[in-house]
Design a protein around this ligand. Structure first.
Ligand SMILES: [Zn+2]
Ligand SMILES: [Zn+2]
Length: 549
């Protein structure tokens, strides 16, 4: 795209590099100044988890930040809204390419600092803590943290004031009147911003397709107390470890039902420790160590487990597979999934639930019991937020394209004068003048493949996918000095039926006899692949190696 000229005047621009047009790995950039000397800040720096089927062998995916590397000298800082992986998970991986200050509220600092320690970066980067409701100034950006509610301690909206106007970056949010942990949404400050005048609101789109309200943690707590009190046998509850308020509700329900809490899974213990260090969970009961679990009578125990998404390495899967050293469940026991199904995880979760059911365990989920509420705003909450903030421009983020487009339509319905969808890599000018996409920057994904960070296009996931579908054939041809076959071709096959080898052998010897054979390796490769396809209906990955003697 041709860059539109600004005649050297200062502009305020918004550029999403992740999370706009996909779920996960949020990374948003704001720039202010004339095009060639803009100052930049980044809001959030998250990851998306790799999938066995589409990206085999890839643990994490994160945004391609080539653009930011190029403007690194003018990058003033990374500001984190809250501690979910899709907002902070890439800091430890991408920060070495950017090396700028990072700011967050104390609980988020705890979580990021732990990741930096794991990456051996703690001596190079100390995340700067900002108190709840605090303000920081980075060049032309004056940033105010505004408390809101979500599904993790300390979610923040950011009011970003610039000489060209104020942007409210909502981060992830909902309006929970009874969040159980932390303050309620700071509605007066948000309404105040509306009076002051807001140029643009960059807003969470996750649940724009959901009508009504998301519901409150307080209601879930009351429901869990009733449900857990009614259950006989052992009770295990799985929830997102980062939903600390939920963990506290579950522990309270356990206490009232005369059950001791056993934490099962590393992430669960880590999150509870982090929350305690940040000053939360002072009333959380003392928990029992896993090793002592077998000694507690069935009706007096509650296991709080990781693994609500069917993750194979997490506690609940290992329990279901009878592989857990200390915890086992069987006939008459119960597992409550106090969580939702993250799209894409359905098969794993249903397999886990079937394994539990096969053992005689009663599986309770949000489909049959009120055991979960979302952390994102449904339509009535979005409408309330727009009525308070009254932005001139709505910029939907944090969603797939269908969410962003519906959010833009909804914002127009709510009388927001302009609503613009900008997807990853599209630079949106917010001011001066009408909002407009003025540039396209490189975007895409980086794959963390083992310990190696590679661009998705240079990565190995695609190759591995073909291997998993149709296997591999290696053919070694030994040629003499006159390039005649000096021995029988050597075949090496992985994941290919043996019967296919005969067909490929005949095709290769026919190909070798043909007169004009040009690039011999390629000629043999194509012949072998075609033969496999005729015999088997599938085209394996074929590699041919010539050895001349
Ligand atoms: Zn979140
Ligand atoms: Zn998020």
């Amino acid at each position: 795209m041709q860059r539109k000229s600004s005649n050297g005047r200062s502009e305020l621009v918004f550029l999403p590099l992740g999370g706009a047009g996909e779920i996960g790995m949020n990374l948003n950039c704001y720039g202010y100044g004339p095009p060639d000397e803009r100052a930049w800040i980044v809001v959030d720096c998250g990851v998306l988890f790799g999938r066995e089927t589409s990206t085999p062998g890839v643990d994490l995916m994160m945004p391609d930040i080539r653009f930011l590397e190029n403007v690194r000298q003018d990058l003033l800082g990374i500001v984190l809204t809250h501690g979910h992986e899709d907002h902070i998970g890439a800091v430890a991986h991408l920060w070495p390419k950017l090396r700028c200050p990072v700011y967050a509220t104390p609980f988020t600092v705890q979580l990021v600092q732990h990741k930096l320690e794991e990456a051996g970066l703690e001596s190079r980067l100390r995340v700067t803590p900002v108190p709840l409701g605090g303000k920081i100034t980075l060049g032309p950006f004056s940033i105010e943290f505004i408390s809101i509610t979500h599904s993790i301690p300390e979610p923040n909206c950011l009011a970003i004031r610039t000489p060209a106007g104020t942007v409210l970056h909502t981060g992830d949010w909902k309006l929970d009147p009874d969040p159980q942990l932390g303050p309620v949404t700071n509605e007066p400050v948000l309404r105040g911003l509306g009076h002051e005048g807001v140029l643009a609101m960059v807003c969470d789109s996750t649940n724009v397709l959901v009508s009504g309200e998301s519901g409150s943690e307080g209601e879930v707590k009351r429901a869990l107390i009733g449900l857990i009190a009614s259950l006989k046998g052992r009770v295990a509850v799985t929830a997102f470890a980062s939903n600390v308020a939920r963990l506290e509700s579950i522990a309270e329900a356990a206490r009232l039902a005369n059950r001791e809490v056993v934490l099962v899974g590393r992430a669960m213990r880590h999150m509870i420790n982090s929350a305690r260090e940040a000053g939360y969970l002072s009333d959380f009961p003392n928990t029992v160590d896993e090793e002592y679990a077998p000694e507690i009578p069935a009706e007096n125990v509650l296991f709080l487990c990781t693994g609500s998404q069917g993750e194979r390495r997490a506690a609940l899967w290992r329990i279901a597979a009878d592989e857990h050293p200390n915890v086992s469940l069987g006939e008459g026991d119960n597992v409550i999934f106090s969580s939702r199904i993250i799209p894409g995880n359905e098969l794993e979760i249903f397999e886990l639930q079937n394994r539990l059911a096969a053992k005689g365990v009663c599986v309770l989920t949000e489909r049959d019991h009120f055991v979960h509420v979302s952390g994102h705003p449904a339509r009535d909450e979005l409408a309330a937020m727009y009525s308070w903030v009254k932005p001139k421009i709505s910029v939907p983020v944090h969603g797939e394209l269908r969410h962003l487009q519906e959010h833009a339509r909804f914002a127009r319905e709510l009388q927001v004068p302009k609503a613009v969808v900008a997807t990853n890599g599209q630079m949106l000018r917010l001011a001066p003048g009408d909002p407009e996409i003025i540039d396209e920057t490189p975007s895409g994904r980086l794959h963390l493949d083992g310990r190696v960070l590679v661009h998705e296009e240079d990565g190995f996931a695609r190759g591995r996918r073909s291997l998993s579908f149709a296997g591999f054939v290696g053919i070694t041809l030994v040629l003499d000095r006159r390039r005649r076959l000096a021995a029988e071709p050597v075949f090496y096959m992985e994941g290919v039926p043996a019967a296919v080898e005969e067909m490929m052998r005949s095709a290769v010897s026919r190909a070798l006899k043909e007169k004009s054979r040009g690039d011999l390796e390629e000629h043999v490769r194509i012949a072998a692949r075609r033969a496999a396809s005729d015999a088997w209906g599938k085209k394996p990955v074929v590699r041919v190696k010539l050895v001349e003697i």
